[in-house]
Design a binder for this molecule. Structure first.
Ligand code: PLP
Length: 219
């Protein structure tokens, strides 16, 4: 199957109000070009430098989403163009994003990443950390960032019940957050292996890589 065929098949299977982020990390520019020509406009990357290079070479109507862990000292390289930062999990990082957004006279949209999976390696806030962040007096002073919603990654497991419970937890955390930030409307959850479960549990944005572009080769 070609990238175009994969993309169109997946798009057809998504409800109308669920946004598709085509996760193109590690993939060469011609692969992204093919997806672009098939109508895809939202791409997700997890390395800031790689995303910047792709942004420079590809059409400017693409929305670039940073879906990986963000190091504070690299925010400056994407502040000019990034459309949505999915992996924000600290006030320190938000302060830096706000600072860089001011330099570019922009408001940068962010999602707060919530830890829902069992793996220790996965980044994200727990419920306590989330509440503390939202109630920190500095948080409301950050005028050049806009929190659009939450993001999370389920455990990497074949246990569908577990994955479902983790997505349910994230949805509940989303509803809780919405009481404090009534305008949030993005719930970024679901990848190639689990997006149908995520959608059933209320996802509004899925991040799909290998089912579109094929397996990644990290060597
Ligand atoms: C790589 C990645 C994805 C996409 O994974 P696939 O299994 O290839 O669909 C989604 N979200 C994040 C945060 C990722 O790093």
């Amino acid at each position: 199957m070609s990238i175009k065929e994969n993309l169109l098949r997946i798009k057809e299977s998504l409800p109308q109000d669920v946004h598709l982020v085509a996760v193109s990390k590690t993939k060469p520019i011609p692969d992204l070009q093919e997806a672009y020509e098939a109508g895809q406009r939202i791409f997700g990357e997890n390395k800031i430098q790689e995303m910047s290079q792709k942004w420079e070479s590809l059409p400017k109507d693409i929305e670039w989403h940073m879906i990986g862990h963000v190091q504070r000292n690299k925010v400056k390289y994407m502040a000019e163009f990034v459309s949505l930062i999915h992996g924000v999990d600290s006030l320190k990082l938000l302060i830096e994003i706000n600072k860089q957004a001011i330099k570019h006279n922009r408001i940068i949209a962010c999602l707060l990443q919530i830890h829902i999976g069992q793996e220790d390696s996965k980044f994200g806030l727990d419920k306590k950390g989330l509440i503390e962040l939202l109630n920190n007096p500095i948080f409301i002073t950050l005028k050049n960032i806009q929190i659009k919603g939450l993001m999370g990654m389920a455990s990497f497991t074949n246990n569908k019940e577990q994955v479902k419970e983790e997505f349910k937890t994230l949805k509940n955390t989303f509803l809780l957050t919405k009481k404090i930030l009534p305008n949030i409307d993005v719930l970024s959850m679901g990848m190639s292996g689990d997006y149908p479960i995520a959608i059933a549990e209320g996802s509004t944005m899925v991040r799909i890589g290998s089912s579109i572009f094929g397996n990644r080769n990290y060597t």
